[in-house]
Design a protein. Structure first.
Length: 298
């Protein structure tokens, strides 16, 4: 078989999750999420987890890489790659078809192009160096619970390097991925309409209240803004720096621009030789035909 993964991509609000779940239901699959914010617990409405989308005909489709870290924890491309390959191997071991679905193009690109992130990735040093001593100790004890050498817990430089080396030692071998890639696209006006309607729906569902709860739980406004898009503008609104109407208009515009950037990424992938089978909308029947023809017949 030529392919060993099926990827579903497209701009935000295109219906990727629902389509991937429907396809996973038809083809006995499980889904690995490629979303840089849905990995965080408690970031639900703003990240659009829409967990009901994973229930198809009363059956729960298993998903991976959603709700795997706390909002206070670090998560990056390196973390995603390690978790992706672990989930991928588990799915294949269970004789299921792995589906990759999501809207973070860098994460998708890293899998489709087989990024080699290196063994001891010391480019993470500066990132880790921003953490407090207590956070570093906690992280080090998490990856190395049998650590007895207390000097490793009293020296920042040693702790950071130990975390990097330990993570690298546990990094799985990169598997050669050949993915069948299915893309969802809409006319520009249609995707803008979908984005605006979805934003209104999320606000009605309690997106502002969710942001308030995150602040109440101890998350700083700065950290909330770090999560971008919805959380950035909700933070500005809650601080009183934007009124409701301005928050809505600026956020809506920012999401439209994000969708444009996603499509720019996907066009770049095509220029690099990644073939994307485009659907006009989240057409499950057309996607099913593509999978039958290309995934199983080559």
């Amino acid at each position: 078989m030529k392919y060993n993964l099926i990827t579903v991509l497209g701009p935000t609000a295109a219906g990727k999750t629902r389509l991937a779940a429907q396809l996973a239901h038809r083809f006995n699959g499980e889904i690995i999420s490629a979303d840089s914010r849905q990995v965080y617990r408690s970031l639900n409405i703003g990240t659009g987890k829409d967990l009901d989308d994973y229930i198809v005909n009363g059956k729960q489709i298993k998903y991976h890489l959603i709700d795997v870290v706390e909002p206070t924890e670090e998560f990056n491309l390196y973390s995603f790659n390690r978790m992706f390959y672990r989930a991928y191997e588990e799915i294949v071991r269970n004789n299921k078809i792995p589906f990759l679905a999501g809207g973070t193009p860098l994460y998708i690109h890293s899998i489709l192009k087989g990024y080699k992130l290196g063994k001891a990735d010391f480019s993470r040093y500066e990132e880790l160096n921003k953490l407090t001593d207590e956070d570093l100790k906690s992280l080090l004890l998490k990856v190395s619970p049998k650590l007895h050498n207390t000097t490793d817990l009293s020296n920042r430089d040693r702790m950071i390097k130990a975390i990097i080396v330990k993570n690298a030692a546990e990094e799985p071998a990169v598997i050669k991925i050949d993915s069948l890639v299915i893309g969802i696209k809409y006319e520009r006006n249609e995707i803008k309409k979908r984005i605006t309607e979805r934003l209104k729906k999320r606000l009605k569902e309690g997106m502002i209240e969710e942001a308030k709860e995150l602040i109440k739980s101890g998350l700083t406004y700065e950290k909330l803004e770090f999560f971008g898009l919805e959380y950035k503008y909700l933070s500005l609104y809650l601080k009183g720096e934007l009124n409701y109407n301005d928050m809505f208009q600026k956020l809506n515009s920012a999401i439209h621009n994000f969708a444009k950037r996603q499509m720019t990424w996907y066009r770049k992938m095509e220029r690099e030789g990644i073939e994307i089978f485009w659907l006009d909308g989240a057409d499950v029947e057309k996607a099913t035909e593509i999978i039958k023809e290309y995934y199983f017949n080559e």
